[in-house]
Design a protein around this ligand. Structure first.
Ligand code: ZN
Length: 172
């Protein structure tokens, strides 16, 4: 398996809208395994393909603390949502920042599984929030978009500054 590189805000490639997956094949399953490895290594509880610069509608999640609840959702579509959950969210593409975001507490979502079979699932609480966060990524949207413009630009400036302070890689 391969650990993939995660794009960070404000990289414009995070704004690309992902296209539906046409074929669920072995190459895609390999990519799904790489997504799980990347998410667990980060560590994170969700990862959208957009975040690793692959613009296909696919996401993985695991909100457990022991890697026991992996889900892969290909071409996810939210069919129903209700309730309100306010959660302090973070994002592997916005490292170090956590802010409260309001989303639906309960969702019903259709998707294809790793064998390409159509499935429907119900999710509540953190899993529901995580799936909504990752579907946003597939639409080019980030959790910082729910914050005020002032807050978002403060985060952007700090992340850009942090990156400038990192030592440049040796030129070969
Ligand atoms: Zn995210």
């Amino acid at each position: 398996m391969t650990k993939l590189t995660i794009l960070e805000f404000p990289n414009p490639r995070l704004r690309k809208k992902a296209v539906p997956v046409q074929h669920v094949d072995d190459a895609l399953r390999q990519f799904i395994d790489d997504m799980f490895e990347t998410m667990y290594a980060a560590p994170g509880i969700g990862l959208a393909a957009t975040q690793v610069d692959v613009h296909k509608r696919l996401l993985v999640t695991d909100v457990s603390s022991d890697h026991s609840e992996p889900h892969v959702l290909i071409n996810p579509v939210i069919l129903e949502k209700d309730g309100v959950a306010v959660t302090e969210e973070g994002c592997l593409s916005v490292p170090g920042y956590y802010e409260e975001v309001e989303r639906a507490e309960h969702i019903r979502v259709s998707y294809l599984d790793r064998d390409g079979a159509e499935q429907t699932m119900e999710a509540r609480g953190l899993l529901a929030v995580c799936i909504q966060h990752e579907i946003d990524h597939l639409d080019g949207k980030l959790f910082v978009d729910y914050l005020s413009e002032a807050k978002r630009s403060r985060i952007r400036k700090r992340l850009e500054k942090d990156r400038r302070l990192q030592p440049a890689p040796a030129a070969l």
